[in-house]
Design a protein around this ligand. Structure first.
Ligand code: NAP
Length: 278
């Protein structure tokens, strides 16, 4: 019987911890952490994610201002970001993905000041990809050591697949990245001790392709709350697996807030040091 990794519980505990910390910092520094979110368009899934993050911010004692635009040009986005970069009280800047067609996301992500890019969206960010780091939080919570294990990451996007592979590598796993051009993907999966699925294809990976006692982390979030791994037979095959919904998603949001608090601490400490020097 596999252990289901309880993303909701991990997220709740993280937010409770953050809330205690933000209360303490509010007393010390007189302001809460501030996260600004840019939302463009009216895609229902994006609206829902933005609202979920706002609610989580409230639970953790973080202020979240949402700037929503039906349409906006890339130049206008960049000029907004530049303004936010310079605003001292803003600790984190979040751009809700995806931006509408015609806007180059990577350019917008790169415009965020590295110390405010709490989602870890660009290579310059001072923070890790929140989704990839959320997975590490989940592995840690269950005491799963990846050193020397064969990890297969399916998906190589810059915001999920690649940063996840990097973090697993940092922890001394032997990492293979598979993608849409990989031949005989099942041959890699058969040897994997840890599988991370970040594909965006509902129930793509089947439990028959996996080895006994595998750890499965399903990042996929497809229409209808469906993951990239077919849960059929997973309970018998895996030692641990993260379900969809209730797995990586809630932990990603909590990790995002954790990184926002980190950014805030850096900012208020810098301000203090500047004031002391005067
Ligand atoms: P993405 O940018 O579309 O990347 C998908 C990756 O999957 C690509 O590298 C692609 O390969 C690979 N792929 C596609 N078809 C494949 C196939 N048949 N066999 C093997 N690999 C295949 O997506 P993403 O942004 O990384 O997101 C992946 C999934 O995670 C989505 O369902 C998304 O909703 C979800 N997500 C969840 C969270 C969370 O917090 N829970 C956060 C972000 C994303 P190529 O590079 O060759 O095209």
């Amino acid at each position: 019987m596999a252990i289901q990794m309880d993303g909701k519980r991990i997220s709740k505990e993280l937010k409770e911890h953050l809330s205690i910390e933000t209360d303490r910092y509010l007393l010390e520094y007189g302001r809460p952490p501030l996260l600004v979110t840019l939302l463009v368009g009216n895609e229902p899934a994006s609206l829902m994610y933005v609202q979920m993050k706002k609610k989580a911010c409230e639970e953790a004692g973080i202020l979240n201002q949402i700037f929503a635009y039906e349409t906006i040009s890339e130049e206008e986005i960049i000029s907004l970001i530049n303004r936010w970069n310079k605003t001292e009280e803003i600790d984190g800047i979040l751009i809700q993905h995806p931006l509408p067609e015609g806007i180059d996301e990577a350019t917008c992500f790169r415009a965020i000041a590295p110390d405010k890019d709490i989602d870890g969206l660009s290579e310059r960010s001072s923070f890790k990809s929140a989704t990839a780091n959320a997975m590490m939080n989940m592995l840690d919570y269950y005491g799963i050591d990846v050193e020397g294990k064969n990890a297969v990451v399916v998906g190589r996007s810059t915001i999920v697949g690649k940063p996840t592979a990097n973090l697993l590598l940092e922890r001394n796993a032997t990492v293979t990245i598979c993608h849409s051009k990989t031949k005989n993907i099942k041959d890699y999966l058969k040897k994997a001790d840890i599988v991370v699925a970040a594909i965006g294809k509902p129930h793509f990976i089947k439990s028959e392709w996996l080895k006994e006692n595998v750890v499965v982390i399903d990042v996929g979030y497809n229409e209808g709350n469906i993951g990239d791994v077919d849960p059929k037979g997973l309970n018998e095959k895996a030692s641990y697996y993260s379900p969809v919904p209730g797995g990586v998603g809630p932990v990603t949001i909590a990790t995002l807030l954790e990184q926002t608090l980190e950014a805030y601490k850096n900012h208020v400490e810098k301000t203090e040091q500047r004031q002391k020097r005067r």
